[in-house]
Design a protein around this ligand. Structure first.
Ligand code: TLP
Length: 346
């Protein structure tokens, strides 16, 4: 099976498993797991932030950040296609009592002027803006990297208004590799950020929430509230340390495989391919085919893909490259797509 549904589908390599088996562990709820501490210190250092917290998932990392930065009854600014808004089960409403104010971006990013308009003035009958969230790379926009100048202008504007900023950097290392800019520069100025180990980095579990020391102290309390305090978590943290050492630079191969796919099918009839920058390829179907049908037909022939926007889109397919797919498998996928798109839909 060539599984391109997501970069979350990877399985730990033999070397990663060996590192996990060797991990020195303790009870992390007592703060006694040396491997978790090492991972948190490494994450904070890589992001140029004071501290970091190891959490089970990207969703939990984002939701802890929202809970720590905001008060119930506030609004948070998000992009309309963002993961926080669309694929986190309305958790911001359930756990933090905040509402989203969505800005429609272009290719996943918006401007400081758009933020200026979305920020609520200090009027008693309006919900105050409690947080601005960006996402880079932007998943639903096809793995696009937020332009650095836009990020800086928004951070400056939010700072001037006293509104904190959070980055959903689930795939920040894809952004690092694509731009050649170290992650710590891409995230400079944000009050908090999170990145995932369980996507392109190939770990089985885990994300890191990074920020200032007192923010991370609060975050530790909220993590426990959500049931995210883990015990001998060093077993999985060891996979994270291994991945940060061995699986970052190789993301370039995933980007190259995505490029092969995107360019290989660009000229086919009945499709257009979104601009590809990292490891996500979005194929827009403009003919007779629908995304669920095409995904089913590809699946029957050994290639798994999903309709875009977490399965809700009937016209777009998302294919994601990762360390468990090879260049040869990408060529096979291009061949199969060529056959399917040239034949009439059934
Ligand atoms: N994304 C998953 C699905 O939920 C769509 C995927 O397959 O891409 N932020 C971003 C930008 C993400 O893409 C994801 C996961 C998350 C947060 C949440 O991470 P997890 O799945 O660890 O909760």
């Amino acid at each position: 099976m060539i599984d391109l549904r997501s970069d979350t589908v990877t399985r730990p390599t033999e070397d990663m498993r060996a590192a996990m088996a060797r991990a020195d562990v303790g009870d992390d709820v007592y703060g006694e797991d040396p491997t978790v501490r090492e991972l948190e210190d490494r994450a904070a250092e890589l992001m140029g932030m004071d501290a970091a917290l190891f959490v089970p998932s990207g969703t939990m990392a984002n939701q802890i950040a929202i809970a720590c930065h905001t008060q119930p009854g506030q609004e948070i600014i998000v992009e309309s296609g963002s993961h926080i808004l669309n694929v986190e089960v309305a958790a911001m409403a359930r756990f933090s009592g905040v509402m989203p104010r969505a800005i429609a971006g272009q290719e996943g990013s918006f401007t400081a002027e758009q933020v200026e308009t979305a920020l609520r003035p200090d009027v008693y009958y309006l919900a105050p803006t409690g947080l601005v969230c960006l996402e880079s790379t932007h998943n639903a926009a096809g793995g696009r990297v937020w332009p650095g100048d836009r990020v800086r202008e928004i951070i400056e504007l939010a700072g001037a208004k006293g509104v904190p900023t959070h980055l959903d950097g689930a795939r920040i290392f894809n952004a690092q590799v694509a731009t050649g800019t170290p992650a710590r520069e891409l995230v400079a100025g944000f009050d908090s950020m999170m990145f995932c180990l369980s996507k392109g980095l190939g770990c089985p579990i885990g994300s890191l929430l990074c920020g200032g020391s007192s923010f991370i102290e609060d975050a530790r309390r909220v993590r426990k509230t959500l049931g995210g305090g883990m015990r001998q978590a060093g077993i999985v943290a060891a996979a994270g340390l291994y991945a940060l050492e061995h699986h970052v630079d190789r993301l370039a191969e995933d980007h190259e495989n995505a490029r092969l796919l995107a360019t290989g099918i660009a000229e086919l009839p009945a499709v257009s391919v979104w601009p590809q920058e990292t490891n996500i390829v979005v194929i827009e179907l403009d003919g007779l085919h629908t995304a669920p049908d095409l995904c089913r037909r590809l699946g029957e022939q050994g290639v798994l893909a999903s309709p875009a926007a977490a399965g809700t889109d009937r016209r777009r397919i998302r294919m994601v490259t990762h360390l468990d797919v090879s260049r040869a498998e990408m060529m096979r996928t291009v061949d199969l797509l060529s056959q399917e798109l040239r034949s009439p839909a059934v």
